[in-house]
Design a protein around this ligand. Sequence first.
Ligand code: CAA
Length: 464
Amino acid sequence: MRTKVGIDDIAVYIPRLYVELADENRPEKPTEFSMARKSDPSKYLHGIGIAKMSIPDTYQDSAVLAANAIFELMERNNVQPSSLARIDIATETGVDESKPVAAYVHGMLEQKYGKGSLNRTSGVEYKFACVSIADALESSLDWAWAGRSNGRSSIICATDIARYPLTSPGEPTQGAGAVALLVEEDPRLLAIDPVIGTHMEDEDDFWRPLFSTTAVVHGKHSERCYLRAMEGAVDNWAEQAIASGIINAGPGESLVDHIGPMSFHVPYPKMAEKAFAYLLRHFWRGLPRWKAVVGEISDEPKADGYKKREEFEKAEADYMKRFMETHEFQAEYLDKVADGLVHAKESGNSYSASEKSCLSMLLETKAMRGTDLAGKRGGSGNYGSGCKAKASSWTVQEGWATCAKKFGHAEKLRHRRPVSLAEYEILHEGKPFPDGRKFVAEPESEFVLVDVTSQGYRHYRFAD
Ligand code: CAA
């Protein structure tokens, strides 16, 4: 029998600065950001689903965010460096074209655990836009399933700073953060099924050229790529799950009925909500319950019923909105997906770190609420522009709630301060503060970037 392998613990690092896009209690009230961008704060809160976006301070880059998340994970679990076979990093905002973030993180951790303490621990940087976390995790799982771990664990950390040009449509979907996963045999949180679905195409929906610090994006096209790739990956996962007998849907049942909590890549919460709606439509079509939905909101639009592609896309978008308002959709969404999206509403996009950060929020919220998830099967859907999606499933383990209650995720979201628009724009553009300040908020017992030499080499230290 295959060894049970999966996620034993999760640690999230969230920068302590944010820009307020909308006041959640008074969405109609203009914010400094919405006034500057001549936009409606309700569009941020209800249109895309983001209230605040996390902003890194001057001493934070993707390596620092990762090292802080990993250090917390190791300390909380008393992980000895010698017990770690690999510390792999997933990122699309690395700090060097050659030296991986994994090597800089190695160096930072050795400042705490001793020089040479991680010499027998490997590390690599994975890149495929936001989906690289799934690739990194899959590699660690394969290695453990192949029987190569010899009792050692691995850490997978996704870290990113999502940045678009000032005033661009993507700007309100920025954010930053890191999430570290302890991957072990007989995990306390989630045992992952050896069934992973993939869908990949060469697409031009979003990219960041070597000369640019901000991403180029074809926004509306990227949404369509996300939905198409996610559906393809989930179909590929479903074929394998059925063939291997992991899930058997009976008459009148949908595969989704057999999946409880779910987390998706979240560029902004509305996108993940739409992805879930798209999948439900896909899996409910032909079932008795779909007849009830159609009776309520009419038949789905079909492309050949429209002369112009734009007319069909408009009809499709309207239909999606109507479906998302049905009580059938709302019941599933609130039960399975919504709790995790609170992370993205409060923090924005963190690219490769987004899906597992939302999973952390989902598990912590359900644990605090006393929901019984032990033994339930859940699902993860990752998307990376360019483009690729991965779909996987896992079973929640007996000890999950004790573990999830210690994440401290909601507390980290509370322990932050807003920045003014002027501070945000200075940080975004990497300019000096006119009053000579070196940073906005004092570091709090964490790794910081000290300087970057004229040759581009980076120095880090732990600020006590
Ligand atoms: N109140 C409530 N809702 C409002 C509103 C108001 N006052 N004004 C507008 N809205 C709604 C709109 O109706 C629209 O809803 P639907 O999408 O359901 O139609 C929504 O707010 C967005 O408004 P716009 O259509 O005007 O779109 P925009 O020009 O603001 O751009 C975006 C939105 C394309 C997502 C843009 O933010 C963007 O380019 N983001 C970056 C790319 C991205 O995140 N793509 C997602 C898939 S790619 C991916 O997942 C990888 C990744 O991480 C980047």
